[in-house]
Design a protein around this ligand. Structure first.
Ligand SMILES: [Zn+2]
Length: 278
């Protein structure tokens, strides 16, 4: 049984590495190719592959958008096909997020309270500084379009189930967990859960969908993060875009490095969260 201290140290190290990766994504070159979107649900129906899609609203109120860049949809269908062949069913938990969806997700008081709670735990009971909250928050909920790959239409959050009995291919926790068990290779999960995480990841990565090291459910492809994770220095072809669902056209986000919510606003929210806790 690992000590509380070891868990805290691991969590802090992972989140600091995550913060470094966030900086790296921000600086990475992107040459947006303008490719439009395709529907994952339609592609699944057409190909006859068995898939599931989340029915829960995002941040408790917004409908999820199961659309991705057109060329990536074929990869996801191939991934789902591979899973079917081994008796598994791919469930898409989340796909594209507009800037306003991401912004609303990050502004929820519940999110701030959850991050604050983890900071207090990390500090052995002491309230965090605004700086610490900001660093942790930047990794856990992207506040910059270029960093949050869901806004590029290149990312999926997933779970996996068994066709035979409908049970989840257990990864140690279900979708959306914020703890030292969340990083893909966390040493604090059961060996069987790690095996499942890595078996799932092998299928996704064989189709170019790379795993985000700090969340066991997130995979993305051909965006800035995808290039960093595969060691490809060429500019990425996909960056954050506004997607027009009526015309199915994309427009690059003008200032992809600009925070969705300005820093003073975040600072105020952090102060409010700390005040709620003290
Ligand atoms: Zn994600």
């Amino acid at each position: 049984m690992a000590s509380e201290e070891a868990r805290r140290r691991y969590w802090a190290e992972q989140l600091e590495q995550g913060y470094d990766l966030v900086q790296e994504i921000q600086e990475f070159p992107v040459a947006e190719c303008g490719e439009n979107f395709a529907s994952l649900k339609e592609a699944a129906a057409t190909s006859g592959v068995e898939m599931r899609f989340s029915t829960s609203p995002i941040a408790g109120q917004m409908e999820r958008v199961f659309w991705l860049r057109k060329s990536l949809v074929a990869d996801v269908i191939a991934i789902a096909q591979d899973m079917n062949e081994r008796g598994w069913i791919l469930k898409i938990e989340d796909g594209y997020r507009s800037l306003s969806m991401q912004k609303r997700l990050g502004a929820k008081p519940e999110i701030f309270d959850a991050i604050l709670k983890k900071c207090v735990w990390e500090n052995g009971g002491a309230l965090p500084s605004v700086e610490q909250m900001f660093r942790r928050g930047s990794v856990l909920v992207a506040n910059v379009p270029k960093v949050g790959t869901h806004m590029s239409g290149t990312a999926i959050d997933i779970s996996v189930f068994r066709a035979s009995d409908g049970t989840e291919v257990w990864r140690g926790n279900s979708y959306l967990e914020m703890s030292e068990r969340t990083p893909m290779r966390s040493p604090f999960i059961e060996p069987e859960a790690l095996e499942n995480r890595l078996a799932i990841t092998a299928i996704l990565e064989s189709h170019g969908f790379m795993h985000f090291p700090f969340e066991f459910w997130h995979y993305n492809k051909d965006d800035a993060l995808g290039h960093i994770l595969t060691g490809n220095p060429a500019p990425a072809r996909f960056g954050p875009v506004h997607w027009n669902a009526n015309s199915n056209t994309v427009t690059p986000v003008e200032n992809p490095g600009q925070p969705l919510r300005p820093l003073p606003e975040i600072e105020r929210e952090i102060h409010e969260a700390i005040a709620r806790a003290s």
